[in-house]
Design a protein around this ligand. Structure first.
Ligand code: FE2
Length: 386
């Protein structure tokens, strides 16, 4: 993969010079949410996002304190977990943060080594290396804390061929809505507090061996009212990308500050999931009731052809169709990308999803930040949090 990356503007080739290989990551393994009602959340992700039933753990499988539903769509695995009793520690997380991402699990060859290498560089322990077994083999998992109460779990599964992890059973369901074309997790963004971005950038560099390959300051990311700063961290093979945001001063409240207020601390802001056909994916998701941020104004779409021409890209998609669906377009030297953002997917204005289709571009839609943040501000205005 390394030879494909040649974008000097973003310094992507430097990933391989600067990143350290003490923590080789094979990719994202799963993302686990703690939610108030996992059964209903699973129904939502199946119906609205086209996820498929994969595995289950709960009372019926001998787990007494929680229920977990595992959903899959192509390479993406989501785990939705809820506590079954008032004395479960999971409740504290849900009471404080509401529904949200607890674990970003990373697939590794050797979980013990990943744990050792990161903890000796200062990572705070969440779970010591733990071997789990069943008739399908064994897994090793170990976890460390990242920002807030969020955890990176290292998952070693080379000696396991069961449906998900030991303790889970295959989940057969009579209700199987069609997938909508979501393929893999492109990036996951963390929101941290005032002046904490660089602390976490350094943490990802020192503890995880990541490199900072893109940065946006508040001069680039602002509207008339609010601002934020962002740095994108990537691992050595570029498969795992974690942008980190912090609020910046503006005339009104930054959307990052709104997140921190309602999540009551740092946490995952959005999951960006990739599709090969965003027109189909978003048409389906809208039909199934997913709410997206309001459409950019027509003036935005009028300016897109010039932006693509600047980089001499020809867009395959019909711009009018993109406008009808509210999909945004950004371009750089390597290509273009198409993206759209959902509204928050729970009542607290915290976690949301991005749907992204990359047509060569490796950026994050910097050209769309202004239009995007203006739509977010329209929502903040309604919530009285701007
Ligand atoms: Fe994003």
């Amino acid at each position: 993969m390394s030879t494909e990356l040649k974008n000097t503007e973003y310094g992507l080739e430097k990933i391989f010079e600067g990143a350290e290989d003490f923590l080789p990551l094979l990719g994202t393994d799963y993302v686990e949410f703690y939610v108030g009602n996992a059964k209903q959340a699973a129904h939502y992700y199946k119906t609205a996002f086209g996820f498929q039933s994969l595995a289950y753990a709960g009372l019926e499988t001998g787990v007494r304190d929680r229920a977990s539903y595992v959903l899959k769509q192509d390479k993406i695995r989501l785990v939705l977990t809820t506590p079954l009793r008032s004395d479960s520690k999971l409740n504290d997380h849900i009471v404080k943060h509401g529904d949200g991402v607890k674990i970003i699990a990373l697939w590794v060859e050797d979980a013990r080594s990943a744990f050792e290498e990161t903890t000796k560089r200062g990572a705070k322990v969440y779970m010591e290396p733990t071997v789990e077994t069943d008739e399908h083999g064994e897994t090793v998992r170990a976890g460390i804390y990242t920002y807030g109460e969020t955890v990176h779990m290292f998952v070693e599964r080379k000696n396991y061929n069961g449906v998900f992890l030991p303790g889970y059973q295959k989940w057969e369901s009579d209700y199987n809505p069609e997938p909508v074309g979501l393929k893999f997790i492109d990036h996951m963004v963390g929101n941290v507090g005032w002046n904490e971005m660089n602390t976490w950038v350094k943490w990802y560099e020192d503890v995880m061996g990541f490199v900072n390959f893109l940065s946006f300051d508040d001069k680039q990311i602002h509207t008339e009212y609010s601002a934020l700063m962002s740095k994108v961290m990537a691992n050595g093979n570029g498969r795992v990308k974690f942008p980190i945001n912090e609020p910046a001063e503006g005339k009104k409240k930054s959307q990052i500050e709104e997140y921190i207020d309602f999540y009551e601390g740092p946490g995952v802001q959005h999951l960006a999931v990739a599709t090969n056909d965003i027109l189909h994916t978003v048409t389906e998701m809208r039909k199934r009731g997913v709410e997206f941020l309001s459409h950019p104004p027509q003036a935005y779409y009028d300016s897109v052809p010039a932006r693509l021409q600047e980089f001499q890209h020809e867009m395959k998609e019909d711009i009018q169709k993109l406008a009808e669906l509210g999909i945004m377009i950004d371009a750089d030297e390597e290509g273009y990308l198409l993206q759209i953002f959902t509204k928050p997917i729970q009542d607290r204005p915290t976690l949301f999803f991005e749907i992204i289709q990359r047509m060569g571009a490796r950026g994050f839609g910097a050209g769309n930040f202004k239009a995007l943040f203006e739509s977010i501000e329209r929502e903040q205005e309604k919530r009285g949090t701007l």
